[in-house]
Design a protein around this ligand. Structure first.
Ligand SMILES: C[S@@+](CC[C@H](N)C(=O)[O-])C[C@H]1O[C@@H](n2cnc3c(N)ncnc32)[C@H](O)[C@@H]1O
Length: 337
């Protein structure tokens, strides 16, 4: 936090809530909130103080999304990301469907694109990037990608691998941190946020979703792939995948942390997102290939767009609209009389 801001808060006697005290921020109360004060928000001092307390609170004091138990599991495999036939083989194979899903969805929303670099000009955040398995192909499509992961060893592996390709290295940056740690500095920064196979490992999905909304630009896209919380996902996602076929290491997944698409949609819709696509994914352990399917009962992919709350909530716009309407009514009354 900037020293001047700290002094300003002290002068107003605003104290940050205790660490890990989760406060739900209203949409407009963050960096832009201060700007908004200058144009069109009519607030009294008590209200101002309340809002300032919220605005001043660091996002890193939100309830953490990082589950230490999950970190321990990933730590053991932090150097194995790029072994194509190793423990992360299924994630390597998933690129065959998740990369086109992201690319084509974005291309369908854009009017123009550069040949060979369809995602150029796009600023992407790959949350929970692991060793960079998805970060790299997104960079190859021309995007500028930031990969973050709470595990430092994952980031080291990712950085090392990307460093072998200088063109790619110029488009990708990695940072070892949790999503909530960058919210403050990255408010409305990204065109696309990708959280692939991450949601089922976080400590608090709702905080995670809120943070995704904060770092996305209005009308930005969120892509999630994850695992449903169903009987089938228990049988195939845990018993078969971990214990019978060993597709993923035993203990990788905790069924309790899986989330049904309906629940994820509900969370997204109540946190400024509009869900556009939800589709099922199926892994064939014998061919080692993923395909899109209609059923979302085990794995699924989702695309949601952040709604442009600015347009909906901007009080200045609303007041201007009201003024315009009043003037129009007045002038039509005058011309009628
Ligand atoms: C199954 S791996 C997926 C890696 C990568 N997204 C991919 O698909 O290749 C899950 C990753 O999420 C990371 N992770 C776990 N909890 C996280 C959190 N709260 N925030 C961000 N990343 C997290 C783990 O460290 C791990 O690298």
């Amino acid at each position: 936090m900037a020293p001047g801001w700290r002094l300003f808060r002290r002068a107003l006697n605003l104290r940050a809530p205790p660490v890990n005290h989760y406060v739900q921020l209203p949409y407009n109360v963050h960096g832009p909130f201060l700007k908004k004060l200058n144009f069109g928000m009519f607030v009294g001092l008590p209200e101002l103080r309340n809002n300032m307390t919220l605005a001043a609170q660091s996002y890193s004091t939100w309830q953490t999304t990082v589950d230490p138990k999950e970190m321990k599991k990933f730590q053991l495999l932090a150097h194995k990301w790029w072994a194509e036939d190793g423990q992360y083989a299924a994630l390597h194979a998933m690129n065959d469907i998740r990369v086109p899903f992201i690319r084509d969805t974005i291309l369908n929303m854009k009017n123009d694109h550069q040949l060979g670099c369809p995602l150029s000009g796009m600023n992407i955040l790959d949350v929970g990037c692991g060793g960079g398995l998805l970060t790299e192909p997104l960079g190859r499509l021309g995007a500028s990608v930031t990969g973050i992961d709470p595990l430092e060893d994952n980031i080291r592996t990712a950085e090392l691998h990307t460093s072998f390709d200088p063109v790619l290295a110029s488009r990708i940056q990695y940072k070892s941190c949790a999503l909530e740690d960058i919210v403050e500095e990255a408010l409305e920064t990204f065109d696309i946020v990708v959280a692939s196979e991450v949601v089922e490992h976080v400590a608090d999905v709702e905080t995670f979703i809120k943070c995704c909304a904060k770092v996305l630009k209005p009308e930005g896209s969120l892509f999630v792939t994850t695992i449903n919380k169903s009987q089938l996902s228990y049988v195939f996602g845990i018993v078969v995948a971990e214990s019978v076929l060993g597709i993923v290491p035993a203990g990788t997944h905790d069924w309790e942390k899986f989330i049904a698409p309906e629940e994820l949609e509900r969370l997204l819709e109540s946190n400024d997102f509009s869900v556009k696509t939800v589709k099922g994914m199926l892994y064939n352990p014998f061919s080692g290939a993923w395909t899109w399917i209609g059923s979302t009962s085990i794995n699924y992919g989702l695309h949601a767009v952040k709604t442009n709350m600015q347009e909906q909530l901007d009080p200045k716009e609303a007041i201007l609209d009201m003024d315009k309407e009043e003037l129009q009514t007045e002038s039509s009354i005058r011309s009628a009389s």
